[in-house]
Design a protein around this ligand. Sequence first.
Ligand code: CA
Length: 234
Amino acid sequence: MRVLIVEDDSDLCRQVVEALKNTGYAVDQANDGEEGHFLGDTEPYDAVILDLGLPTIDGISILQKWRADGKTFPVLILTARDQWSEKVSGFDAGADDYLTKPFHTEELLARVRALMRRSAGHSTDTIEIGGLTVDTRAARAFVDGVPVKLTSHEFRLLNYMSLHQGRVISRTELVEHIYDQDFDRDSNTIEVFVGRLRKKIGVERIETVRGLGYRLINPEEGKPEQPKLEDKSA
Ligand code: CA
């Protein structure tokens, strides 16, 4: 899962980036409105944390532009204390949630997690797929109740695939959602990660769809009939 934070308070930004990274997300940051708008416009994030008071372009304008351009990623806005009108404008502009400064990092993490799973159509933090349990809150996975040791990249991959279970996901899409922009991206490494993940959670759980990508399936249910093509970049 990959998150963008747009925040000009560098101390706060650093603190949030660190907490998000520790939770196992790939994180990009922008300290001004223009850069923040550009990143959201060009990269596919799973969630965005957007401060409203920003240099160059304010948060509300950025959000309006993204929504006008059809960007559907969930956005949590950070608002100043007691500025209720900011919250209203934020929701009108297309925000999904808000948090008032100052806030506890734990609350921010919980809200971001909830936004990501809701936008993928899940109602709880724990995803069950035929004996495989992915605890997105604790960043842990279990097979038949037995904990599986995963590296942070392996967990990111599993987390993304489990939120989108049953759908064929291209290598390109996986690369875009498990690495941050500074990472030297190579879609060949995805094969390596998938191979390692298969060994750890069971080979039969990740299906290779030739020329298209990978699909996390419930081996007890068998294969879905038709691949759902939602990404043409495979
Ligand atoms: Ca600010």
